[in-house]
Design a protein around this ligand. Structure first.
Ligand code: ZN
Length: 105
C-alpha cells in the first residue's frame, strides 16, 4: 500500500511540474489560462494529499495563483538590515518575506 501511495505522489508531482511549466509558457500569451494551470497544480497536490515542494511553491503566488517570474510578475527586494528577502507579486500586490539565506534550503 505504501508503494502505491508513493506512486500517486510521484505522478502528482510530475503533473504539477508540467502544469507550472505550462503556466510559465502561457503567462505572456494568456495570463488567465496561466493562473488556471497554477490552480490546477494546487488542486492536484491537494487531492493527492502532498505538500508542494518549497522550490515549486516559490514559483507562484498563493493569493492570486499567478506564476512568479522576476521583473514580470515578481519584484524581489533585499532588506539588508533585516536580512530578509521581500517578494512582491505584481499581479495582486501580495508580499511574502523570506529570511535571507534560507532561500535555497
Ligand atoms: Zn498574487
Amino acid at each position: 500500500m505504501k508503494s502505491k501511495k508513493r506512486l500517486i505522489e510521484k505522478i502528482a508531482l510530475e503533473r504539477i511540474n508540467i502544469l507550472l511549466r505550462l503556466a510559465r509558457e502561457n503567462l505572456k500569451i494568456n495570463p488567465k489560462r496561466s493562473a488556471r494551470y497554477v490552480l490546477l497544480a494546487r488542486k492536484i497536490a491537494m487531492r493527492a494529499n502532498i505538500h508542494i515542494p518549497k522550490e515549486l511553491k516559490r514559483m507562484f503566488c498563493k493569493n492570486c495563483n499567478s506564476i512568479l517570474i522576476p521583473s514580470l510578475t515578481l519584484r524581489v527586494r533585499l532588506k539588508r538590515g533585516k536580512k530578509r528577502l521581500v517578494y512582491t507579486c505584481l499581479k495582486c500586490g501580495k508580499i511574502t518575506r523570506n529570511p535571507f539565506g534560507k532561500r535555497f534550503k
